[in-house]
Design a protein around this ligand. Sequence first.
Ligand SMILES: C[S@@+](CC[C@H](N)C(=O)[O-])C[C@H]1O[C@@H](n2cnc3c(N)ncnc32)[C@H](O)[C@@H]1O
Length: 211
Amino acid sequence: MDETPLQHYADELYGGEDPLLAQMRDEAVREGVPAIQVPPELGRLLQVMVASTRATRVLELGTLFGYSSIVMARALPPGGRILSLEFNEKHAAIARRNFERAGVADRIEVRVGRALDLLPSLQGQSFGLVFIDADKESYPSYLEWSLRLTQTGAAIVADNVWRHGSVMDADDADSRGLAQFNRDVTHNPALITAIVPRLSGSDAASVSVVR
Ligand SMILES: C[S@@+](CC[C@H](N)C(=O)[O-])C[C@H]1O[C@@H](n2cnc3c(N)ncnc32)[C@H](O)[C@@H]1O
């Protein structure tokens, strides 16, 4: 999709696209992986959230080829770690290779499996930031797990919560999941939540802080 003038302006302001991340994206596409990573402005926001929460442990649901993991890893405090859960073996293998190239392999662990199958093994652990970016149907369950795995001051970020407007009709399982998530995340008194639209205007991320 072509950039809007404001997207172009913002990209320039941020110093242009990171050449290594751009290369990884192009390679992933050539290997048949969809380029559905976070847009640069959400990458920036994730870095702000990692730094402002001083998260030493980050949990990510949905690794893809490792774009958002690498972006967050660059904002971690010394000793910080990311655990990323990914269903697809091929995506996980490409991501691990990319973590080596980006020099962050010591900070990111990818576990392969369905997030809902893996999350119970984390019961009792605590994360400073959870980034939800796997299958959309499960977002309400991911929010429940995020609340179990965080404490006051932690952040819960979720991408694609508008899904090109389909949440308004909610006539498929993914959109229904997102519509439910949006109601849950905005009505939960334990959370302060802002929905942050993308520069493209077609989608949004939700950003919550645990009270
Ligand atoms: C939107 S992509 C993640 C993008 C990545 N966070 C980024 O911005 O670079 C979604 C990823 O979630 C994975 N996924 C889908 N369903 C999943 C599930 N049930 N459990 C774990 N991962 C899942 C997909 O294979 C895909 O790699």
